[in-house]
Write a protein that binds this ligand. Structure first.
Ligand SMILES: NC(=O)c1ccc[n+]([C@@H]2O[C@H](COP(=O)([O-])OP(=O)(O)OC[C@H]3O[C@@H](n4cnc5c(N)ncnc54)[C@H](O)[C@@H]3O)[C@@H](O)[C@H]2O)c1
Length: 385
């Protein structure tokens, strides 16, 4: 694979273009808006200079990499590309319109990919003349820094394309994991309870956001607590992802958005970017200095076991292999440990008992235990032998 085209020069597209150029490819970066192309070019130039300042690459390498990039103002420039990665606005109709324009410009062998976070790859492939060469390549933000890439074949994707892309992404110095084309793929699905269960605990007034954040960081070793993280991501974005997964999962109550979060979005309390979210960033945000108690332990147990339940269910439904599930959560969202490995350490029977306790208390579908965990507990199995 020699020439790579990236379409959409926003946060993701620019980063992906830089990663491809750093891997030695000639890259064409195109955007429908010339201003966006210029912004993308400046962003890449700054990023390469920073890498050079830090000594990660030499000044000469930065120049050579930048020289491999061509910033295009016409889509026709993508002719001759072997791999085309789309990273435009997250709208199915816009993306499909673009694919119809791309296909006649490139050869039948060229691979066409989407970086979508939430749209079904199978729907995006539908409408292409050659859907068998279409695939999802989901980078994480920022692409230059984040190691993980989810590779999502559509139902129509030819198997040699999957292997080809897995190898290609590996050669870009990234870690690809293979995911089934289901809502949220691996990371955005399995991470839902980190936010959802934390919100539920706060909604029930069992604990404050600060207390929950403290429990998850100090007892779980998570880098950021759920509320800090939601404020960082943006509550509007986080709520939209939750709503998208919930809707696509046919309103399964496990993914239901929280009224608490919906209200924050209504108020415009998006988090850090708006100065206020669960925390008020006009003031200094300080962690409560109280000691860790049994209440903190309860919060940590409850959130963790719901994450484990989600990971086990993803494995049960073949969303990804156990190794890829654990890798995805450690590399994609920096979890301190793979969730299935964590389940082994807790004991599968103990996980089942904790989830069943929640179910008996609430009598809600949300707290149903994964069939896989139950079967494994009965057979005294572990995930990693
Ligand atoms: N931001 C993230 O954290 C993240 C992470 C993974 C995947 N994604 C996905 O990546 C894609 C891009 O997201 P982003 O955050 O970079 O968005 P962005 O808004 O920063 O950039 C999108 C760019 O696409 C351009 N564009 C819009 N319509 C176009 C068209 N028809 N043709 C060419 N260019 C067009 C816009 O001018 C803009 O520069 C989305 O599908 C998103 O879901 C985003």
């Amino acid at each position: 694979m020699k020439r790579v085209a990236v379409i959409g020069a926003g946060a993701m597209g620019s980063g992906i273009a830089q990663v491809a150029a750093m891997a030695g490819h000639e890259v064409i970066l195109y955007d429908a808006f010339p201003n966006a192309v210029a912004k993308g070019r400046d962003g890449i130039s700054q990023s390469l200079n920073k890498l050079a300042e830090k000594g990660k690459i030499t000044d000469q390498e930065a120049k050579t990499i930048f020289g491999r990039l061509y910033f295009a103002e016409s889509l026709d420039s993508i002719a001759g590309s072997d791999l085309i990665i789309e990273a435009i606005i997250e709208r199915e109709e816009e993306k499909k319109k673009l694919f119809a324009l791309i296909e006649p410009l490139v050869s039948e062998q060229a691979i066409i990919a989407s970086n979508t976070s939430s749209l079904p790859i199978t729907s995006l492939a539908n409408g292409l003349k050659h859907p068998e060469r279409f695939i999802g390549i989901h980078f994480f933000n920022p692409p230059v820094m984040m190691q993980l890439v989810e590779i999502i074949p559509a139902l129509q994707t030819a198997s040699y394309i999957i292997e080809n892309i897995m190898q290609e992404i590996r050669s870009w110095g990234k870690t690809p994991v293979r995911a089934k084309d289901t809502p949220g793929f691996i990371v955005n699905r399995i991470a839902r309870p980190y936010y959802g269960e934390a919100l539920r605990i706060a909604e029930e007034q069992l604990a404050t956001p600060a207390m929950i954040d403290k429990a998850m960081k100090h007892l779980g070793g998570f880098r950021m607590g759920p509320f800090e993280l939601m404020d960082f991501i943006g509550n509007d974005i986080n709520e939209a992802v939750t709503r998208s997964v919930w809707t696509s999962m046919h309103f399964d109550s496990r993914y239901r958005p929280s009224q608490l979060q919906v209200n924050l979005v209504r108020a415009g309390w998006y988090g850090r970017k708006s100065g206020r979210g669960y925390y008020d960033y006009a003031a200094k945000v300080e962690e409560p200095s109280d000691a860790l108690t049994e209440e903190h332990a309860y919060i940590f147990r409850r959130v963790l076991v719901m994450l484990i339940n989600e990971a086990a269910d993803a494995l049960y439904y073949g969303i990804a292999s156990k190794e890829d599930i654990d890798l995805a959560m450690t590399l994609g969202v920096n979890y301190p440990k793979g969730l299935l490995k964590w389940a082994d350490e807790k004991g599968i029977a103990e996980c089942v008992r904790q989830i069943d306790d929640l179910y008996y208390l609430y009598k809600e579908e949300r707290y149903r235990c994964s069939v896989l965990l139950r079967k494994m507990a009965e057979a005294r199995q572990t995930f990693y032998g």
